[in-house]
Design a protein around this ligand. Structure first.
Ligand SMILES: *Cc1c(COP(=O)(O)O)cnc(C)c1O
Length: 367
């Protein structure tokens, strides 16, 4: 069978290995496996969110509220924005897809950093659009401006902070850059890790309200999968002016969020204590990862997220490191598929992190 030729250049997205796979393949007990691969919240979901999921299981036979009234009301209050500036997706991934389908086709260009979230490229290629990348791996606004002027892309992605590298643009400088972007270019600000960035350095915080009031052509994306600890529930959101929201809404499949997911997201948003604890654990543990890198001579990007990226020099090889750790029941993310001799480690609990350092030390000492 032949398929759409746009699929030929797409590589299937590689997710963090699931715990079940390590149990199956290496015979390691499920509770001995540590997953620091997908930037999930190591403290788990808010207990209030879990309660909401269980409570709403009773309504499993009913379609969810497709207007998503209650979650939109919570988000509108949280961000101090109007309800009609919101769209909810099955993860913010789905909203990335809506953005590209709404705006791009085989004649379009889409601009992004050299090394950034892989799904931007997957959706871009699916519609046959040309992906334009800046030269540096990390976000560099001077390069973005040059590339923007040269290519006049239909869509511009800024991942603030950036996955998988962890760096974060300054919000004032970002706004200055965006002022030079044409109003017909869709600006996508992916804020999947903003909760962590904000807690570390307020000058990195993007206020969605200020963003969309300043730039009618911008959309802010947020997710419940990272700091809010609900990766398994698949809820993300977009905040933009009504014109953009109305366009994207035409592409949204009905009932794209389940009832328990909607309830969980509302509860998670309200549990300020859990978010605070999660962000604090991250801030407290991050320096241990920086010290470990320094002790072992690895370069790393100072991170504004809940992960850190270590860069290796030959003969140390990221694929061998990742494979060794996997066999020991420690799942981390190898960045070889990005063309980097690097690994990305999600910051876990103190115990998980200690296990990571111990295993990695054993590997380094046996070489
Ligand atoms: C995790 C992530 C997302 C979206 O995750 P969902 O689970 O689909 O909400 C989007 N962008 C970046 C950069 C991410 O790391």
């Amino acid at each position: 069978m032949t398929f759409n030729s746009t699929l030929d250049s797409i590589k299937t997205y590689e997710t963090g290995r699931p715990i079940e796979l390590v149990v199956r393949e290496y015979g390691i007990a499920e509770d001995a496996v540590v997953k620091l691969a997908s930037n999930e919240n190591p403290l788990g979901a808010s207990p209030k969110a879990i309660e909401a999921i269980i409570k709403n299981a009773q309504n499993a036979h009913l379609y969810p509220d497709d207007s998503m009234f209650a979650l939109k009301e919570s988000l509108a209050k949280h961000f101090d924005v109007d309800k009609n500036t919101l769209i909810i997706g099955s993860g913010s991934d789905q909203i990335i897809e809506f953005c590209i389908h709404a705006k791009a086709n085989e004649k379009s260009k889409i601009l992004m950093a050299k090394t950034t979230f892989a799904m931007y490229e997957v959706y871009a290629k699916a519609v046959g659009a040309e992906v334009v990348r800046t030269k540096s791996h990390e976000h560099n606004l001077t390069e973005f401006l040059e590339s923007y002027k040269q290519h006049k892309p239909e869509i511009l992605f800024l991942c603030i902070p950036n996955n998988p590298l962890g760096e974060c643009l300054d919000s004032k400088e970002t706004f200055e850059f965006l002022k030079q972007v044409d109003k017909n270019c869709l600006i996508v600000i992916d804020g999947a890790y903003q909760e962590y960035a904000k807690a570390k350095d307020l000058s990195k915080a993007i206020q969605p309200k200020e963003l969309i009031n300043t730039f009618p052509n911008a959309i802010y994306l947020g997710t419940f999968s990272k700091a809010y600890g609900l990766g398994g529930m698949r809820v993300g959101y977009g905040i933009a002016n009504a014109e953009i929201i109305q366009a994207l809404s035409k592409l949204r499949p009905p009932f794209n969020i389940t009832t328990p997911s909607l309830a969980a997201a509302i509860a998670a948003l309200e549990d300020k204590e859990h978010i605070k604890k999660s962000v604090e654990n991250n801030l407290a543990q991050m320096p241990l990862f920086e010290n470990f890198a320094k002790e072992n001579g690895f370069d790393f990007t100072p991170s504004y997220t809940n992960f850190i990226t270590y860069y290796f020099k030959a003969p140390l090889d990221s694929t061998k490191v990742a494979d060794y750790l996997l066999q020991k029941g420690m799942i981390i993310r190898n960045l070889a598929s990005y063309g980097l001799n690097a690994i990305r480690i999600t910051i876990g609990t103190k115990e998980q992190n200690e296990k990571f350092f111990a295993l990695f030390n054993t590997y380094l000492n046996q070489k």
